[in-house]
Design a protein around this ligand. Structure first.
Ligand code: ZN
Length: 270
């Protein structure tokens, strides 16, 4: 089994300071969170931008640039920029950040009903984002909210718009997407092409459960306040504590944790 890659999704689009004082919002706070998560054992940081004024999700290129440059200067983490659409749905709003040429970017290969909105990813939009990533030498993390999205990702590879081995992130337990059951996780794992790598992101209390299984199944884990703000029932915690718990669990199960460079090799980043 490969070493365990821990991805820290430190911010996301939704949690606010009112919900948890630990969520980083300003670029400097996001960079500091990245430094602490790297020290705790994370190899990848999944990046969203927020408007510092009202904490709303942002598509502002300058904010992404400030976060990207801060993380690049002060950490050795693999920087994975989100192209998710909560902040703005149009291609233009979601693609200009790719010109920063991060090592990775997230790519959702289908549409899904969020509890309060439609997360729309048309075939045309997905292909355009994939083409941009390929042009800039960015490895996509295929964000899989449902089984059908795996097929769409494989099709991108067949069309030459993504290079194997593919890397997947199974987002489980979000209302409107695939439920976070172990049976579903096994099915997702069995549905990706052999040679692919995979991570799992469980929403809310599902985070710890699916991550524990991923450690045992040879997958990788995503933690962080984007997906879950409670360390345990009623107890809030900063991102790095969630990283520390993964490191401890992995050690218990005899699975060493990957450094950023080891993660680069495992996912075959260029
Ligand atoms: Zn995200």
């Amino acid at each position: 089994m490969e070493k365990l890659i821990i991805t820290a999704a430190v911010t996301g689009s939704l949690p606010t300071k009112k919900k948890t004082p630990h969520v980083p919002i300003r670029p400097a706070e996001i960079v500091e969170a990245g430094i602490r998560c790297e020290q705790a054992g994370a190899a990848v940081i999944h990046v969203h931008a927020r408007n510092p004024q009202d904490e709303s999700p942002s598509t502002d290129f300058q904010i992404f640039k400030e976060i990207y440059e801060g993380l690049k200067a002060r950490t050795h983490l693999i920087i994975q920029i989100s192209t998710g659409g909560r902040a703005g749905m149009a291609y233009e709003q979601r693609s200009d950040r790719l010109t920063l040429k991060p090592e990775m970017a997230s790519l959702t290969t289908g549409s899904v009903n969020f509890p309060d909105s439609v997360y729309a990813n048309s075939p045309e939009l997905i292909e355009r984002l994939a083409r941009d990533m390929k042009t800039h030498g960015i490895k996509p993390e295929m964000e899989i909210f449902d089984v059908s999205m795996i097929r769409n990702a494989v099709e991108l590879a067949e069309k030459g718009l993504a290079d194997p081995p593919l890397h997947f992130d199974f987002v489980m337990g979000l209302k409107g997407a695939i439920p976070a059951t172990i049976e579903n996780l096994v099915h997702l794992k069995n549905s990706i092409p052999s040679g692919s790598t995979w991570t799992v992101a469980g929403i809310g209390p599902a985070q710890l459960v699916v991550n524990t299984h991923a450690i045992l199944m040879g997958g990788h884990v995503r933690i962080g306040l984007e997906d879950n703000i409670y360390f345990r029932k009623g107890e809030l915690a900063p991102n790095e504590r969630f990283v520390e718990r993964m490191v401890k669990l992995a050690a218990e199960f005899g699975r060493p944790v990957a450094t950023p460079d080891e993660a680069r090799r495992i996912m075959q980043l260029k």
